[in-house]
Every structure is written in C-alpha cells, then in structure tokens.
Design a protein around this ligand. Structure first.
Ligand SMILES: O=P(O)(O)OC[C@H]1O[C@H](OP(=O)(O)OP(=O)(O)O)[C@H](O)[C@@H]1O
Length: 218
C-alpha cells in the first residue's frame, strides 16, 4: 500500500465483502474512526455494527488523525524480520536473564515473537485476542486464548510482542489475560506504537518507532 487512495480502495473492497468498519479497521491496521472515514470516502457502505457494537462514529471532513503503518517490506522477508527481531530483543534484554517466556499476539505478533524468542533463547507462547473469536453478540463476554501448541504461562514472568499499538486495547487485554493465568508480564515490545506509551497497566512498553502526532487540536 502506497498512499491513502490505495487505503480507500482496500476499504471499499473489504466493505463490499461485507466486513464491518471494526473489521476493516483491524484488517488495515488503522483506528475505527479512520476505517469509517476511508469507507465514507470510497462511497461504499460497511456493515452497521462491529465487534464493540459501535458504528465507527462521525469523522471530520478533513479526515481523522491516524497513521497507517505498512511494515510489509519487513514482514515479507525472513532476513529482515530476523534483523528487526534482534533489535526488538535488544530493547527487552535489560530485564534480566530470568525471563524464559515470550508471548506473541496473534496474528501478526506471532512470527515476530518467534524470532524474538529465538534471539532471547526463551520459550514461545501465543495469545489470540477476543476480537478474533467474535462473530456476533457482545465481545465483552468473550475471552482470548493461549494456544496449547506453544508454551503455557504457568505462573511465569514473560515478555509480550506485537507489531503495532493503535488504541492499546489488544495489549491491555493481553496483559490482563496473562495475569489471570498467574503470569507476570515484565515488558512489551512492538514495531510501532501509535500512542507513544511509556507503560500500560504498569508494564513498560518499548517500540522501535513511536508515532507521535504533532498538529493543531481541533
Ligand atoms: O491497539 P489496538 O487498537 O488493539 O490495535 C492493535 C492490534 O491490532 C492489530 O491486530 P489485528 O486485529 O488487525 O490482527 P493481526 O495481528 O492479524 O493484524 C495489531 O496486530 C494489534 O494486535
């Protein structure tokens, strides 16, 4: 994807396939507000409700404040992924040698976490957020899952890895899910943090790129 016109085109295609604005937001890695704006610009119509029961809200004619992060130049090449994972592992390394578990957030966080875990020589686990299991009804009643194909939490300290933070909802849910299993997240790392967070739920957040909006308040 190169520019906003490509995003608008993608949003229109996804809307035509019957996706809601929330689902389009997840697919394109943008906020729900941005997804709503993209769909409106395309002239398409998205399904009225999404996973949170919201309709995406209204957006100003100038467009919402959001940034689409396209990291596919890294994601499509295992060597580049390895180099990026090495840098992400380096951000986490200061937390000590006792951490022997890295949790990746599905889907995009899984491959990155695999390489980070290899770099740090930890076990590997994966967490699938509740929104991936949502089909209909209230998403608040759903929980995420830890895959049994990978390492369990079992009261261990761990790191959390994902590609992006947009609203922080997914990372917050993952921290809470790990704690509910008796684990203790010591630090999180992402490629790009669109919130510029220092911590979430008391857990430090590291990112290779902090995306900070600079401009006039509306
Ligand atoms: O901070 P948030 O607003 O929660 O958004 C960030 C999350 O959204 C994306 O996942 P997505 O659901 O698109 O799935 P993916 O990993 O398969 O791309 C991204 O990979 C993060 O997990």
């Amino acid at each position: 994807m190169k520019n906003v016109d490509d995003l608008i085109e993608s949003a229109a295609e996804l809307a035509a396939r019957g996706l809601s604005k929330g689902e389009i937001a997840d697919e394109l890695n943008v906020s729900r507000e941005t997804a709503s704006w993209l769909v409106e610009r395309s002239g398409a119509t998205a399904q009225p409700t999404d996973a949170s029961g919201q309709n995406g809200g209204t957006t100003p004619p100038s467009g919402p404040q959001d940034i689409h992060v396209d990291w596919s130049a890294v994601g499509r090449d295992s060597k580049r992924m390895g180099a990026i994972a090495e840098a992400m592992a380096d951000l986490l390394a200061k937390h000590g040698k006792d951490v022997d578990l890295t949790i990746g957030i599905e889907k995009a966080g899984g491959p990155i976490a695999t390489l980070v875990a290899r770099e740090l020589e930890t076990d590997l686990g994966t967490y699938t957020p509740a929104k991936h299991q949502w089909e209909e009804g209230d998403i608040e009643e759903l929980g995420g899952t830890f895959s049994r194909n990978f390492a369990g939490i079992r009261d261990r300290e761990c790191y959390i890895v994902d590609d992006t933070i947009t609203s922080g909802t997914t990372m917050r849910e993952t921290i809470e899910a790990i704690r509910a299993e008796g684990g203790e997240p010591l630090a999180c790392v992402v490629l790009a943090d669109k919130q510029g967070l220092e911590e979430l739920e008391g857990v430090p957040i590291y990112s290779l790129l902090q995306v900070i909006s600079v401009g006039k308040e509306e």
